[in-house]
Ligand binder design. Structure first.
Ligand SMILES: Nc1ncnc2c1ncn2[C@@H]1O[C@H](COP(=O)(O)OP(=O)(O)O)[C@@H](O)[C@H]1O
Ligand SMILES: [Mg+2]
Length: 393
């Protein structure tokens, strides 16, 4: 069994929590109530793999027609009709299951896999196969058969099911991995969460991670504090100062703000925090770019404000010395924000960051118990990135 080889899902955050992707030669159960995104997730992986030359057999045991499936898939960017029934072969075996039971399904599946030369198999509606099992032994044989196939050719099997699977169940014990998807109600809002409930032969990032469904498909945002973040190299910390960009402030603060550091700016509304921030980011240069990460004023409003203050926000933006990222206060996801902030810093080699304000993160924190760990992880990573970006410049 080629257990160490990985099959990328193409969903960056999911590959991260799976520590590199799905294992080749392994079988997985993807479990979640209807509407949690199992079909979208499986198809997203299938389309990515198909584009890379993998042949995928997508078996549906559900009563719904393929037309409806394609209709809903066509709303996603990853969907590509030219791949359908070429690299990804969709077949409905609900009739075979109804008429021949699980033994009939196993026979047909085996024949199709060989005939279509597929190295990835997705069974959508696995719960239906399970419900149709006359004896517990049947479902065991069914899984064993698919696993045997997967192991033999180094393929990967995904079984999508909406029925609850407890840790002690036969299916849970037999498969190599279990991904659980759910939607949690926090107050009045719904938050989608994914968990690697089992991962045989590989480490995984434990616990629940937020995900989102959009036209791009599924995006997973690993919990920031659960990621192994590189801590800054303490031995090379230097007490350097950088200008705050605020007239008179450097003089009273010992020469400006300490580099590779995080400073909290506090004050009631109207006290000048955003203005301080606009001054701070205006001290950016092309070699020392800045990021204004805001939740309140739109970029357009910030530009008007900066113009009134005679600050060169727009020229700095045009020459790539300043980036503005705006996430209006809506139902934001805490880890989405954290990853977006860090990714932008990495992408542009940002050296000075202004976050306006922390409330934006607080409002997005639906699980308040993790706030301290989240901020600690975020600020540690910001310092480490400051250090790296500084060295790289
Ligand atoms: N284009 C889209 N943009 C955002 N969300 C979508 C889109 N299409 C479907 N969804 C969401 O995806 C969910 C359906 O996902 P699906 O994979 O069919 O679930 P499952 O297979 O688990 O029943 C719906 O609940 C809907 O909220
Ligand atoms: Mg489905």
């Amino acid at each position: 069994m080629r257990q160490s080889e990985r099959l990328e899902t193409g969903i960056t955050g999911l590959d991260t929590i799976l520590c590199g992707g799905l294992l080749c030669g392994a079988s997985y159960i993807v479990q979640g109530s209807p509407g949690t995104g199992k079909t979208i997730l499986a198809n997203q992986v299938a389309f990515l793999q198909a584009r890379r030359g993998t042949r995928v057999l997508y078996v549906t045991l559900l009563a719904e027609s393929h037309d409806r499936l394609f209709q809903s898939l066509s709303t996603f960017d990853f969907y590509d009709t030219s791949i359908v029934d070429k690299e990804i072969i969709y077949i409905s075996l609900s009739k075979v299951l109804r008429e021949g039971g699980l033994p009939g399904l196993v026979r047909t599946l085996r024949a199709e896999l060989v005939r279509q030369r597929c190295t990835m198999l997705i069974v959508d509606g696995f719960s239906i196969a399970k419900d149709s099992a006359a004896a517990a032994l049947d479902i065991k044989t069914f899984i064993a058969e698919l696993q045997g196939y997967a192991a033999l050719i180094g393929g990967t099997v995904l079984l999508l099911t909406s029925s609850h699977i407890d840790d002690a169940s036969r299916e849970h014990t037999m498969v190599d991995g279990v991904l659980q998807l759910k939607e949690e109600l926090v107050g009045v809002r719904g938050v989608r969460l994914i968990r690697v409930a089992k991962s045989r032969g590989s480490a995984s990032l434990a616990g629940l991670h937020q995900y989102r469904i959009s036209a791009k498909g599924i995006d997973v945002y690993p919990r920031l504090e659960a990621l192994a973040t590189p801590s800054s190299d303490e031995t090379s910390v230097v007490e350097e100062r950088a200008t705050s960009g605020v007239h008179g402030f450097d003089g009273i603060s010992g020469g400006g703000l300490v580099t590779e550091s995080v400073t909290l700016l506090m004050g009631p509304p109207g006290s000048g925090k955003t203005t301080f921030g606009l001054n701070f980011v205006s001290a950016a240069t092309r070699n020392c770019p800045a990021l204004f990460f805001g939740f309140y004023e739109s970029p357009a409003r910030l530009r008007v404000k900066a113009r009134a203050l005679h600050l060169p926000i727009e020229p700095l933006e045009h020459c790539g010395a300043l980036h503005v990222c705006w996430n209006p206060l809506r139902e934001n996801l805490l880890d989405f924000l954290g990853h977006q902030l860090l990714d932008t810093i990495r992408k542009h080699g940002i050296r000075r960051v202004f976050i306006d304000g922390m409330t934006g993160f607080q409002r997005a924190a639906v699980h308040s118990a993790r706030e301290i760990e989240f901020y600690t992880a975020l600020t540690n990573e910001l310092r480490a990135l400051g250090h790296n970006n500084c060295r790289g410049a």
